[in-house]
Design a protein around this ligand. Structure first.
Ligand SMILES: NC(=O)c1ccc[n+]([C@@H]2O[C@H](COP(=O)([O-])OP(=O)(O)OC[C@H]3O[C@@H](n4cnc5c(N)ncnc54)[C@H](OP(=O)(O)O)[C@@H]3O)[C@@H](O)[C@H]2O)c1
Length: 267
């Protein structure tokens, strides 16, 4: 099987994370990488210098030379780009990484039997630790699945899902990092209020999060881990009581529901 050439439409943070990942993990399995954006030539020059990608002013210049097209622009730009793209596509595998845009959205706007896919990475793609959800449309073959593996494995771990699962789970894998960062920010603020410098506070809280994540990664259940730290009637139990009484678990559930509702409303 010939190595694929890939075109990225959009040259932002997530495009860079995937391009960087491909450059690191799969350079020998890719023929060429093309990148285009809307209006920022400097950004394209940076990506060319860092990863040796070929930059094009408009994506249509590269389209006949590629096997895979990654739609890496914002969700609200998809309608316009797909309207133009449908006149150019000729058997390319079209993959979006946009929040809320599933294969059925792409299939409804592209020529019939177009092979399409959807990847929902998260921000940790930048450091190769995304947990990416992915799914396919109806017309994919083994070749497309191999191409999908290259993309998703370049930025971390990946889970094949249904389209509906991705709509439901994006709040957890995609948005919840922001919830976690808010939790971390709150701890850092409080540590500073206790008289510790910002730098030290950030270091302490970051190491606490990394250690806790490693315990989870070791396969222990969060419930067991929480109980290990919590002597009944002790100091940690007192803190947890405040979180529980304040509706912590309920707030998290509400945040997930609101995130999903908004993501659906965007399309
Ligand atoms: N960042 C994340 O953590 C994350 C996670 C999951 C999914 N995503 C998805 O990834 C996609 C990109 O996100 P991002 O964070 O990389 O955004 P970003 O940094 O804002 O970059 C967006 C890119 O899209 C380009 N663009 C916008 N409209 C375009 C058009 N009409 N034609 C060609 N290029 C166009 C922009 O070009 P100009 O700068 O020239 O306008 C820019 O290069 C989004 O759909 C987002 O939902 C992001």
């Amino acid at each position: 099987m010939k190595n694929p050439s890939i075109l990225f439409i959009g040259a932002g943070r997530m495009a860079e994370a995937i391009i960087a990942g491909l450059h690191k993990t799969s350079r020998d399995q890719i023929e060429k990488v093309y990148v285009s954006n809307r209006s920022n030539p400097k950004r394209l020059q940076i990506l060319a210098a860092k990863f040796g990608v070929i930059t094009v002013q408009h994506w249509s210049e590269a389209i006949q030379d590629v096997d895979v097209i990654v739609l890496a622009m914002p969700p609200e730009q998809h309608e316009t780009i797909l309207e133009q793209l449908k006149n150019y596509v000729d058997n390319q595998f079209i993959v979006t990484i946009a929040a809320g845009i599933g294969p059925s959205f792409l299939e409804a706007r592209l020529p019939s039997n177009s092979a399409v896919g959807w990847i929902m990475p998260n921000t940790a793609a930048e450091v190769g630790h995304s947990i990416s959800l992915y799914t396919y449309g109806k017309a994919v073959t083994e070749r497309h699945k191999t191409q999908m593996s290259l993309l998703v494995n370049s930025v971390g771990k990946a889970q094949l899902c249904t389209e509906q699962d991705i709509h439901n789970l994006t709040a957890v894998t995609g948005s919840a990092p922001a919830f976690l960062y808010l939790f971390v920010e709150s701890l850092i603020d409080m540590t500073e209020k206790l008289g510790v410098t910002k730098e030290t506070s950030q270091k302490l809280v970051t190491e606490m999060v990394i250690g806790s994540a490693e315990m989870l990664k070791a396969g222990k259940s969060p419930e067991d881990l929480r109980e290990q730290v919590t002597t009944p009637g002790g100091a940690t139990a007192e803190g947890l009581k405040i979180l529980s009484n304040g509706g912590f678990q309920h707030l998290i559930q509400e945040a997930i529901v609101a995130t999903n509702k908004k993501a659906k409303g965007n399309n």
